[in-house]
Design a protein around this ligand. Structure first.
Ligand code: F0G
Length: 363
């Protein structure tokens, strides 16, 4: 039987010519990428001005986040270089992805995490995939500093987004959007944490523009959580705090690159509050059936801010009427069940008969 099925081929098979792989690169894939770009009638209506809003749902990747796009490239290249083990620092999603791809490759993976700061679903994934998990008394920025030092000794391949292979792979999300829309969108909104993803999208859009696969470039607008917004405030945040644990970062690794992308694209960086994040998370789940984790909801909260707040760093008035807007939602809602758990506490059971159920429904 053929071992190269067409279905679920993954981003390296799909975009080989754009990625740093050769004949001798072993391809480690879980069938990542090719994620839905969903037109949202309700978001479009809220934005108005004949704009069309699309949601790029990265939560449906194999480990439930966008990290898989970069991880397939980083781990494939690490295997080509005969790496013995992988290492990463993470707010949760990178570690889940690294652990899965390491398992697929058959090599050990060490994940360094801030103790008590990782969403339950993500920690569970790292366990399930068999990673060696080290919890530190510190935050993500401390974890990344330690990983950088350990990686320098050459014992481990670092698979954080400071690894250029990660960024190379994550560019494929921009390629997919242009391939589907026939051009780049006018505006791209996404959450901003360690700042690798915005950097990668911009590199992808620029590359497609250079190769004349698109005629324009989008404005890139990144949203940080108010309590973890070093790029917005232009200052390292020593103790970042937000409910959106994925983007609880005070000193982003790709700070400069993301800043340059935002400026070159005539975009902006802005902040949203935890309350706005949770409202947007609920809104997207209940109005579009897309359940995302809080960090992802920052993009949706951000779009609302662009449209509805006089204080937005990027006003929607800047895009022409009839513009196409893409919001990337980066991770699946099930990864972080605890933020919503308080809404399901009082599920008192009723008798097991239709009358009691009808009464409970309130009919
Ligand atoms: N959304 C989610 C769900 C994330 O997990 C992350 C980053 C981001 C947004 C921000 O992306 O860092 O490229 O700006 N998570 C990293 C991790 C830091 O360790 O999983 P970014």
């Amino acid at each position: 039987m053929s071992t190269t099925l067409q279905q679920g081929r993954g981003v390296i098979a799909q975009y080989r010519d754009f990625l740093p792989v050769t004949e001798s690169t072993p391809i480690i894939s879980l069938g990542e990428g090719d994620t839905p770009l969903l037109y949202s009638a309700r978001l479009s209506e809220r934005v108005g001005r004949d704009c069309a809003v699309f949601v790029k749902n990265e939560g449906v990747n194999p480990t439930g986040s966008f990290k898989d796009r970069g991880m397939t490239v980083a781990v494939s290249k690490a295997m080509e270089r005969k790496t013995r083990a992988l290492i990463c620092a993470s707010t949760g999603n990178t570690s889940a992805s690294a652990a899965a791809y390491a398992a697929r490759a058959g090599i050990p993976c060490v994940v360094v995490l801030a103790a008590g700061k990782i969403a339950r679903g993500k920690l569970l994934q790292a366990f399930a995939y068999g990673a060696k998990i080290v919890a530190i008394e510190g935050n993500f920025d401390d974890a990344l500093r330690i990983v950088r030092e350990l990686g320098e000794d050459g014992d481990f391949a670092i698979v954080n987004s400071i690894n250029p292979d990660r960024i190379a792979g994550q560019r494929t999300a921009a390629f997919e959007i242009v391939d589907l829309l026939g051009d780049a969108p006018d505006l791209h909104v996404l959450p901003l944490g360690n700042a690798g993803n915005l950097t990668a999208y911009w590199a992808g859009y620029r590359e497609y523009r250079t190769k004349e696969r698109s005629a324009k470039l989008p404005a890139m607008v990144g949203f940080q959580a108010k309590g973890a917004a070093p790029i917005f405030y232009n200052k390292v945040v020593e103790k970042p705090e937000t409910i959106a644990s994925a983007i609880r970062i005070g000193n982003p690794a790709s700070w400069k690159q993301a800043r340059a992308a935002i400026d070159e694209s005539s975009g902006a960086v802005d902040v949203v509050t935890d309350e706005e994040i949770l409202d947007a998370q609920r809104w997207l789940a209940q109005n579009e059936g897309i359940f995302v984790e809080p960090a992802s909801a920052a993009a949706i909260a951000g779009l609302f801010k662009c449209c509805e707040s006089g204080k937005a760093a990027y006003s929607i008035e800047k895009v022409p009427r009839g513009s196409r807007i893409v919001c990337t939602v980066t991770g699946h809602g099930l990864k972080d069940p605890d933020v919503l758990a308080r809404e399901i506490v009082d599920l008192a059971p009723v008798a097991a008969n239709p009358e009691a159920v009808r009464k409970a429904i309130g009919l």
